[in-house]
Ligand binder design. Structure first.
Ligand SMILES: O=C(COP(=O)(O)O)N(O)CCCCO
Ligand code: NA
Ligand SMILES: [Zn+2]
Length: 308
């Protein structure tokens, strides 16, 4: 069924694991993800960005997710990722989403609070939960582009005030991650002290980690080997994600690792099978790669196998 993340996050917090939030844009990506979650008996969040809604059109994505639930019997959260304003959050809530993110992180503290409160009011009246963001990620991906110098980590005391004044259900925090495949110039590093401080001030409050792809080296190498060009791509090491999910992080966002898995598999297949031109062949390879990658994440990184 379509569910909110309320129960999922409560269990994830107590069980010291995280739920995967995977970005979806087409049928094969959805199928690969839900097949993995089904086999792992795992809780699941499928998230749709504004870019995904433009690419696939809202109706297709909604019906594909409904089909996935019908086919697998899974409990799935349908979440709007990086909602930029009240309107798109309202649209998705009216369209049956069970969770929305209102990303006011580019505004002032007070403006972010005012905007988030407005979305929380509308969402809670309809049984929908809300994620907000405080602090700014660095990094470039789609239309989420904040240059390094403005990257401002989340202030723990502000986080308490923000949660109290908005009534938001979960909070995306900035502790060193960024969107996309080029997350770190030097050694990967997350501000775990800051994360611990936030959990001490906000016990049992679900936190969200954006920009959390590992940028799996095996896929980067395969992409580059079969005609790609993504040198120096680097992400969050798996042990840091495991450590974060043992703390207050209950939701870990993954988009780039899906993109890399699918792209590597399709590049490899097309290079090795030049005579093939049936899209089911290479899209099917992409789907398989996504399924295997998501299973690995669920089992070895998120720790949410058999936690459905
Ligand atoms: O936090 C993330 C994904 O992060 P990553 O790029 O590490 O997979 N997202 O919110 C998904 C994509 C953002 C803009 O489209
Ligand atoms: Na957790
Ligand atoms: Zn994000």
């Amino acid at each position: 069924a379509l569910v909110t993340s309320k129960e999922m996050f409560k269990k994830a917090y107590e069980g010291q694991y995280a739920v995967g939030a995977f970005n979806v844009n087409n049928m094969e990506i959805i199928q690969g993800i839900v097949e993995a979650a089904k086999e792992e008996n795992a809780p699941l969040i499928l998230q749709v960005s504004a870019g995904a809604r433009k690419y696939a059109k809202p109706a297709y994505l909604k019906k594909l997710v409904e089909a996935a639930i019908e086919d697998t019997g899974l409990d799935v959260v349908l979440h709007l990722d990086h909602g930029e304003n009240f309107e798109i959050c309202k649209q998705c809530i009216d369209d049956g989403f069970t969770s929305v993110m209102i990303d006011g992180s580019k505004y002032s503290f007070e403006e972010n609070i005012a905007l988030t409160k407005k979305v929380v009011e509308y969402a809670h009246e309809r049984g929908v939960v809300v994620e907000a963001e405080l602090g700014r990620l660095a990094g470039i991906e789609d239309n989420v582009n904040v240059s390094e110098k403005d990257a401002i980590y989340t202030d723990p005391n502000q986080a308490v005030e923000f949660v109290e004044r908005t009534g938001v259900d979960s909070l995306a925090i900035a502790i060193g991650t960024s969107h996309g495949a080029y997350k770190f110039k030097g050694e990967p590093k997350l501000d775990f002290e800051r994360l611990e401080k936030i959990t001490k001030l906000l016990p049992n409050f679900p936190l969200v980690l954006h920009g959390a792809s590992t940028v799996i080296p095996e896929f980067v190498e395969a992409c580059n080997k079969y005609g790609g060009n993504i040198p120096g791509a680097k992400g969050v090491p798996e042990d840091m994600l495991r450590r974060a999910s043992k703390l207050g992080i209950c939701k870990i966002n993954i988009d780039t690792d899906l993109r890399l898995a699918m792209t590597a598999a399709i590049r490899k297949y097309l290079t090795e099978n030049p005579e093939v031109f049936d899209p089911r062949k290479y899209l099917g390879e992409g789907r398989k790669a996504i399924k295997e990658m998501v299973r690995h994440k669920i089992k070895n990184v998120l720790g949410c196998s058999n936690k459905k």
